[in-house]
Design a protein around this ligand. Structure first.
Ligand SMILES: [Zn+2]
Length: 113
């Protein structure tokens, strides 16, 4: 039996020097943006997932656009689960969706200065 996959697509952790500061890739749509324009989704050591607006929560993190639609996409195609190395059940997905909606709102108000 032959298994496909496991492409040798090396994870590009190249840190591109940019005047805008560090760049991160959205796990869902793969868009590269300044880190501050993305939100971090973190898996705590206990396995709890949450949206981490400040980027300070300890644990394994993945970056996503502050956009519920983008999160949805990452949840649906499994990109987020892969990035965080967890299985995401429907409850968790729903909770993350709510947190992301909140985060999107906060980000929008923060940016209109
Ligand atoms: Zn995105």
């Amino acid at each position: 039996m032959k298994r496909t996959g496991r492409s040798s697509e090396a994870r590009r952790s190249a840190t591109v020097a940019s005047p805008a500061g560090p760049q991160r890739t959205c796990v869902a749509c793969r868009a590269v943006r300044p880190k501050r324009d993305l939100v971090r989704i973190v898996r705590s050591p206990s396995g709890e997932l949450s949206v981490d607006l400040r980027g300070k929560v300890a644990g394994r993190g993945a970056y996503c656009d502050p956009d519920p639609a983008c999160l949805e996409r990452g949840l649906r195609d499994g990109a987020l689960a892969r990035a965080l190395e967890v299985t995401i059940d429907a409850d968790t997905a729903g909770r993350l969706g709510q947190q992301m909606a909140e985060a999107a709102k906060i980000r929008r108000t923060e940016r209109t200065t």
